[in-house]
Design a binder for this molecule. Sequence first.
Ligand SMILES: Cc1cc2nc3c(=O)[nH]c(=O)nc-3n(C[C@H](O)[C@H](O)[C@H](O)COP(=O)(O)OP(=O)(O)OC[C@H]3O[C@@H](n4cnc5c(N)ncnc54)[C@H](O)[C@@H]3O)c2cc1C
Length: 400
Amino acid sequence: MKKYDYVIVGAGRAGSSAIKGVRKEDQEGSILLVGKEEQVPYNRPPLSKELLLGDKTVEEIKIEDEKYYTERGVELELGTEITEVDPDKNQVTDDQGKSYKYGKLLLATGGSPRTLDIPGGQLDEVNYYRYLDNYQLLRGQLNEASRAIVIGGGFIGSEITAGLNLNDIEVSMIFPEDFLLERVLPKELAAIIQGDYEDRGVSVVKGDKPTRIRKNSDGLEVKTEEGRLLQGDLLVAGIGISPEVELAKTAGLEVYDGVEVDATLQTSEPDIYAAGDNTYFPFSALDESTRVEHWDNAKSQGEVAGENMAGASKLYDYVPYFFSDLFDFGFEAVGDVRSELDNFIDWKKKGKKGVGYYLSKDGKVRGVLLLGVWGAKGDARDLIKSEENFSREDLVGMIG
Ligand SMILES: Cc1cc2nc3c(=O)[nH]c(=O)nc-3n(C[C@H](O)[C@H](O)[C@H](O)COP(=O)(O)OP(=O)(O)OC[C@H]3O[C@@H](n4cnc5c(N)ncnc54)[C@H](O)[C@@H]3O)c2cc1C
C-alpha cells in the first residue's frame, strides 16, 4: 500500500491551495491529491459568469496548469472518489478498493448541490449547477434554446439568469422569496436589482415554488404551487448546497453543519484537517462558529490547513470576502451579510454605487457590502474586527 505524508481529498479550490500551504513548510514530503472530478482543480465562479459570457475559455479557469503539480511532486488521482477514512490506521480507501496511508489528511470535499424533492426533480434535464460538466451541458444547449427556466433566486440562479439573458435567452426565474438575493442584500438593493432584471425582459416569478417538472412536446414544463406553468427548452437549478460530510462521518469525526475544526483547522482527529465549503470553523472576527461557501474562504483556508498539516500552528483568523456580478451590478462583501441583521446602505450614487453595513443589535459591524466600490475590502475588514459600537450616522462616509 502506498504511503504519503499528505493526502488531500477533494481537488477543488481548498484542496489546490493546501498544496501551496504544505510546500511553504515542507518541500520534500510526498503529496497525493485525490479528486472525484476528472479535471485538475478549476475555479467555479466563472462557470456562471465569464464562461457563459464567452469572456474566458475552459482552459483559462484552471487554478494551476498540470505542470504546477508535477513541479511540486504532487501525485494526482483524478476521477477517483475516496469512500472511507480509517483514522486508527491513518488510511483512506477509494471507490476501486485501493487504499493509501497518510501522515496527515485534508478533507476538502466542498459541497454538493441540493436537489428538488418533487416529481421530475431527478430528470437528467434538470441541471443542478455546480461543476464544469454542468456548464458544458448548458453550453451545448445554448445553440438550440430560446427559453430557459431558472429555479432559485440565490447567487447561482441570479448569475445564470443574467448570463442567459445576455445570450438572448428568454428566462423565467422562479424562487420562493419576494426578491432575488433577499437573504443577503438589503431589501432596497434587492428591489433595485430585481427591477433591472425585469426591465431586461426576465420573467421574475417570485413567492412561488415548483411542484412538478416534466418533459412535453414543447420542451420542459414546470408546474408551480400557485398553479403557473413555466415552459423552457432548458432548466437550471441553483437551490444551495449541502456540505460533503459523509467521509468525516465514516471517520467518526465531529460534524455539525460541516466538519468541525478548531482555530488551526484541525478536526477532532489530530491527523485530519478540513478546509473550504465543507468546514464548520471558529470565525474569530465574528466570534462565532460558522461555515462559509465562498471561493476566497476556500482558498485561504486550504492554504492555512496545508501549512498546519506540515507543522505550522497558524490560527485561521482571516476575514474572507465574496464577489458577484449581476449585469452591471458588481459587488464584493466581507463578513456576515445576512439581511436579517440590521442593515442600511450609504449610497454614493443612488441605485448604482454604495456601501451596505450589517450591524449587530449593539451596533458592531458584522458585515460590509461594497456595491461598485472597489479597493475597500481592507477598510471593511478593519471595521468588522474593531470592537467598537457604531450608530448608522457614525458609519455614513466611513468607507468609499
Ligand atoms: C457556479 C458557481 C459560481 C460561484 N461563484 C462564486 C463567486 O462569485 N464568489 C464566491 O466567493 N464564490 C463563488 N462560488 C463558490 C465557490 O466556488 C466555492 O466556495 C468553492 O469552490 C469552494 O471550494 P472547495 O474546495 O471548498 O469545494 P469544491 O469547489 O466543491 O471542491 C470540492 C471537490 O472535492 C471533490 N470531492 C468531494 N468528495 C470527494 C471524495 N469523497 N473523494 C474525492 N473527491 C471528492 C468534489 O468533486 C469537488 O471537486 C461559486 C460556485 C459555483 C458552483
